[in-house]
Every structure is written in structure tokens, then in C-alpha cells.
Design a binder for this molecule. Structure first.
Ligand code: WTA
Length: 631
């Protein structure tokens, strides 16, 4: 699936008539010279409502700690919810939600969304949450996760959403690091017809996280759970209390006040807490969605991501609401109970734009064309892809079978850190399957060699971004030094993405993959170090190394090399046990596809595991420079 793209020949040109109708016809028309990016972003910010205007668009006096719209007073929730309560938009659908079993639909107009968010905000306040406090959210893909996130933002609290597939160890670590006093969870979640017991996992995490004073529990699966009478509260009880009722005003915040932290994997064991703010993030997410997906008033937008990851934050929760759009949210995955679930939903709900991940496309492709062909997909106008490179074969299937050759595919490249799209096509552009297109307005990207010189077009190198942008992370929460050293020190003044890429002669970028110890498994971001530390927490394991190897559906699959402690023997049972251990102690998504028991791991003389060498050997590739290898 890593078919080396033929950079020149495979180009899909837009239908000229459709292209005329798009908001942006020509990239350069709006992009202009990058020097003008301040004006571009200021004009976009003016399209949103501010309590008080900013005095400085971009303050770079303390770079790389940039600040945007400095002096401005705002709250993202004002622009996601409050502003739509005036006029006819109050009755517009903000959210359409469908349960995994397809039996239940819940819809919320902007008016009723506001009511739910106010109730949640009142409850949070009653629990003692106030401006600046961190709240950990561990919820499934149900409307309540949207309400809880918006309620935090409304009162100026900082949400920290943990994907509801992570283990109790992972939650505990994130609760402790963020010093949350409150955790919001559900009794369970539905995963392919089975209950995943969220509350039990939270109980285990909270046992070791003494900062937590309250746990709010949403009822979803009616699973039996243990409720601590002092600490745990059913949301269904709380919402009936008088204190939950009535108006709750939206907190007036500084543009640079924190909106959320989101933990993501990096090169070392400890996940990084990416910090985003109200003002700049709001402008970035609003603008990118509006232009790239040409969002229209009558559209029904479906982003299939989970709010536990950044794609869900930016383009399921905040982006569509900032645009006053109607967003569709489905609790389940693409192939349960049958591989036509998504196509059925697109037909029934008249979805116009589908934004999903290459791994989902590849998994659906395997089931053949008959499943989508049974459904009327004519409502679709645009398609999107995110999370990892999309191989041209999957691109063409998506374009031909789902989009019927009519729907341009927006392959959007971005990261938790960037908050919003950075390299992406726009619908009127000629598309090159497998390429993410060009840098977004005001952005400039470069491909550099190790010394920091641009490599010639067509050659692989390190991808960097040159200009600051409003939705950029502001720092790593509680770790500003790591923010500087990870992202801004390799090439001073330039943002290091951690990806390798090529640029072709037409200025299109081709992202190849991570250059660090991050692995994208089914589009989910995992760190080798996290997997390795989950391994060594098992009594049989002395040492472990994890690498990502190409996988037809998942993009990458984890292969692990394990050195056992004296007294343990390799066996299939032990292999199974270790796989379960990783699932329980990190996440089911981190389960290795293969575990090899080895006598020793290749290391440098300074003791670092040479994962590069393990990967080269596994792929039968040249081993490269091994002079630092310890015997
Ligand atoms: C990868 C997800 C190729 C990339 C939004 C990046 C992509 C990492 C694309 C960030 C794309 C994301 N084409 N690669 N369209 N989108 N990536 O933080 O390696 O979960 O660095 O954010 O995903 O992953 P994250």
C-alpha cells in the first residue's frame, strides 16, 4: 500500500461547472503572498463575534510563545452557540445523533443545544468548577460529550478529553498531570454490540488519583456500576436539581485563555499535553472548515472522528458549530453490524460532506462495491480524509465508488499541535491522489535536510512550517521547555512537524510518515515508548521495543520485540497474555499484531534501542549506518 506515487501523471481535475460554485475558485486568489497572513487572519476573525476587539493581531515578541488577537475578549462558546440563538438560526439543527444500533436518533437545534450546555454548565459550577480548572472527560461518542466540552468552555474551565478506549493507567496519568478535580464519564459505551465498561475503568484510575473529588456519570448502557455515595453522581439526578436549572451566562475570557488540553503521543514515554486557546483556535478552526469544505448553510456535515482525538475536537465539535452548520454524529464504527452502515446513514440523513480516515476507507474497500452500491449516495458533494497518508488505491476507490467521480477529496494534513488544517487542497484545485495539496492560506511549508537546507523538489526531507497561525498550540501544559525543544529548536524559528515529506514541482506536498517514534495505527497516534512501558509493566518482561510496520488496513501495525526475564519461557499463551496486557494497560488500539521473543535488543553504545535497525531488518531493507551499534 505504500505504492510510491507517480508525482506527475495522476491528476484529477475538478468539474469546471462545480468549481465555479465553490467559495474559492483559485488558491492564489485568496492566499496571496504569505507576508500578508496577518491581514488574512484578521479579516477572518472579524467574521466572528468578540466582546471586545484585539489590539494586536499577532504578538511575536516572545516567540515561539506566540499570542494571537491579543487584548481581545471572547468565548468560543459565544460563537458556537450563543450567536445562533438570535434570528432563524435558533431553530436550525446543530446536531443529529444516531446510536450504534441505529434504533435511536436524537436531534438538537441551536436552541436546545444551548439549553443542554447551560444545564451542564450549571452542574459543573455546582460541583465547584470555575475558570481555569481542568476537567477530565472520558465519554463515548454521544451528545453528552459535546455538551460537557462546551459547558467547560462556557465557564472558562479547561477540558481534557481522554479517548474512551484508553486504559485506567492512561487516564490516571492524565488526571494526575492535569490535576483535575472532576471526571465526567458514562456507565459504559457500545462497541460493536458489546459494552465497554467505562465507569469501572474510571474507578480504577481514580483510586490512584487523589485530586478527584467528583465523578459525574452519564447513563448509556444501563450497565451495573458501583457508585461511591460521596464521590459519584448520576448526571440524570444532577440535572433535576434546582441548581441545574436556569440561565448560565457565558464567561467573558481573554483571547489567549486556555480552552483545552489534549494529551498526545510523542517520542518519550510521557504523553504531551497540547494546549489550545479560545481566540486563535476559534478563528483557525472556523476558517479552515469554511474554506476547505466550502461549508454551506444547507449542508449536513459528517466527521466520523471521535471527540477523544483532535479531529473530533476541531471538526466534530467546534468547527461545524462555529460555522452554524448541521453536524451529524454516529455512535458506532464503519462495519458494524454490516459494512453498509455508513452508506445507509448517508442516504437516510442526506449527508453532503463526509470527513473520515484512510483506515476506514481501506477497511470498507475490503467488503467490495456491492455494499455502497445498494444505497443512494447522491447527496454527497465533498469528501475528506485525515490522519495518515491515503494511498492512491484507496483514494481512487473513495472517489469512484463513494463520490461517483463527482466529489473532490480534501486530503487534509494537520496535527493535534496545529489545531487546524495546514496542508490541504481546496475543492476547485486539481487533485493529486495521495498528496495533501498545498499549504493553507498564509502558511508556508518547506522540506529540509538535516542541516536545515531545503531539499530539491521530489526528494524526501523533514517537513517544517514557516509561519505562525492562529490555531497553533500555545505551549505544552506545564512543560514550556519541552515545547521549545521538541518543536522549535531543530531549525530555529521554524516549526518541526515530525513528519517526512516531498514537494513536487507543482508545489504539492506528499507526506510520507513520521520521522520520530510516533506510530499511526488506524490513524490513532501512539508512541513506541508508551507501548514499551506498558510491556515492561508485565512481570515477565525485562525489555521491549515497539515499531510500526506497514499494514494493509491499519496503515501501520505494531510489532514488538520482547526480552523475557530469567525464569520465563516464550509461548503462545504468554504472547496472548501480553497482548491482553497491552490492551488493558494502554488501549485496545495499541495491541501488537506480532510479538517476537528475542534474546537481546539492538542498542547503541549509549544504550538507546535502535528501532530503525529493527524496522529495516523486518522489512528486509538495508540496515544503514550501524557503526554506533553495541555488539
Ligand atoms: C499524520 C491528526 C498524511 C501525520 C489530525 C501527522 C497525515 C499526524 C494526515 C498527526 C494526512 C495527519 N496525510 N499524514 N492528511 N493527517 N497525518 O496529532 O503524520 O493525531 O504528523 O492529528 O498524523 O496526528 P494527530
Amino acid at each position: 500500500m505504500t505504492d510510491a506515487p507517480d508525482l506527475a501523471s495522476d491528476i484529477v481535475t475538478p468539474d469546471p461547472e462545480a468549481a465555479q460554485a465553490y467559495r474559492i475558485r483559485d488558491w492564489d486568489e485568496v492566499a496571496g503572498p504569505a507576508a500578508d497572513f496577518r491581514t488574512f487572519w484578521e479579516d477572518r476573525a472579524k467574521e466572528l463575534e468578540w466582546y471586545e476587539p484585539w489590539h494586536t493581531v499577532l504578538d511575536d515578541s516572545n516567540a515561539p510563545f506566540y499570542s494571537w488577537f491579543t487584548g481581545g475578549k471572547v468565548n468560543i462558546v459565544h460563537n458556537c452557540v450563543d450567536r445562533w440563538l438570535k434570528g432563524p438560526t435558533r431553530n436550525k439543527l446543530a446536531l443529529i445523533w444516531v446510536s450504534e444500533d441505529g434504533q435511536e436518533t436524537r436531534t438538537f437545534s441551536y436552541f436546545s443545544l444551548n439549553r443542554e450546555v447551560m444545564t451542564w454548565a450549571n452542574v459543573l459550577k455546582a460541583m465547584g468548577v470555575s475558570k481555569g480548572d481542568r476537567v477530565t472527560i472520558y465519554l463515548p461518542r454521544i451528545p453528552e460529550i459535546v455538551f460537557a466540552m462546551l459547558a467547560c468552555a462556557k465557564i472558562g474551565a479547561v477540558h481534557s478529553v481522554v479517548f474512551a478506549g484508553f486504559s485506567s493507567d492512561a487516564i490516571k496519568e492524565r488526571i494526575l498531570d492535569s490535576e483535575s478535580n472532576l471526571v465526567i464519564t458514562a456507565d459504559g459505551s457500545w462497541v460493536n454490540g458489546k459494552v465497554f465498561e467505562l465507569k469501572n475503568i474510571v474507578d480504577e484510575a481514580v483510586r490512584h488519583a487523589p485530586t478527584v473529588e467528583n465523578v459525574v456519570v452519564v447513563r448509556r448502557t444501563n450497565t451495573e456500576v458501583t457508585m461511591d455515595p460521596l464521590r459519584d453522581h448520576w448526571f440524570s439526578d444532577l440535572e433535576t436539581l434546582p441548581i441545574a436549572k436556569g440561565q448560565c451566562s457565558t464567561e467573558v475570557l481573554d483571547a489567549e485563555d486556555p480552552l483545552y488540553i489534549l494529551y498526545t503521543s510523542g517520542s518519550t514515554g510521557r504523553p504531551k499535553a497540547i494546549l489550545h486557546t479560545h481566540g486563535g483556535y476559534m478563528v483557525g478552526v472556523y476558517t479552515t472548515l469554511k474554506y476547505v469544505f466550502d461549508l454551506r448553510d444547507e449542508d449536513r456535515w459528517w466527521c466520523t472522528a471521535d471527540p477523544g482525538w483532535v479531529t473530533g475536537h476541531s471538526y466534530l465539535v467546534y468547527g461545524p458549530l462555529l460555522n452554524g452548520a448541521t453536524s451529524f454524529m454516529y455512535e458506532g464504527g464503519p462495519t458494524y453490524p454490516y459494512p453498509n452502515r455508513w452508506w445507509q446513514l448517508i442516504e437516510y440523513y442526506g449527508i453532503n460532506i463526509l470527513y473520515t480516515a484512510p483506515t476506514a476507507i481501506r477497511s470498507l474497500m475490503r467488503f467490495g462495491e456491492a455494499w455502497p452500491n445498494r444505497h443512494d449516495l447522491s447527496s454527497l458533494r465533498l469528501l475528506g480524509s485525515v490522519g495518515e497518508p491515503i494511498n492512491p488505491e484507496a483514494w481512487h476507490w473513495y472517489h469512484r465508488v463513494i463520490g461517483k467521480g463527482r466529489c473532490p477529496i480534501m486530503d487534509t494534513w494537520w496535527q493535534t499541535e496545529t489545531g487546524a488544517f495546514q496542508i490541504t487542497p481546496v475543492p476547485s484545485m486539481p487533485l493529486k491522489p495521495g498528496s495533501g495539496g498545498k499549504p493553507f492560506f498564509g502558511q508556508e511549508a518547506e522540506v529540509l535536510d538535516e542541516k536545515g537546507n531545503p531539499v530539491p523538489d521530489g526528494q524526501e526531507g523533514f517537513l517544517v512550517l514557516k509561519n505562525p497561525w492562529p490555531a497553533m498550540m500555545r505551549t505544552l501544559y506545564k512543560d514550556p521547555d519541552r515545547y521549545v525543544s521538541t518543536y522549535w529548536s531543530t531549525y530555529p524559528g521554524k516549526y518541526l512537524t515530525g513528519d517526512s515529506a516531498r514537494r513536487d514541482a507543482d508545489g504539492y506536498f506528499w507526506v510520507i510518515g513520521r520521522t520520530d517514534d510516533v506510530i499511526k495505527v488506524s490513524g490513532h497516534r501512539l508512541g513506541t515508548a508508551e507501548v514499551e512501558s506498558a510491556f515492561v509493566s508485565h512481570p515477565a518482561v525485562a525489555e521491549a521495543a515497539a515499531i510500526g510496520l506497514p499494514h494493509e488496513v491499519k496503515g501501520n501495525a505494531i510489532h514488538a520485540y520482547v526480552v523475557l526475564r530469567v525464569g520465563y519461557e516464550p509461548s503462545e499463551d504468554l504472547e496472548d497474555e501480553l497482548r491482553q496486557h497491552i490492551s488493558r494497560h494502554l488501549s485496545p488500539i495499541a495491541k501488537p499484531d506480532q510479538i517476537d521473543f528475542v534474546a537481546a535488543l539492538p542498542k547503541t553504545r549509549s544504550g538507546k534501542i535502535m528501532r530503525r535497525l529493527l524496522k529495516a531488518r523486518a522489512l528486509g531493507q538495508p540496515e544503514g549506518d550501524t557503526t554506533t551499534l553495541d555488539d
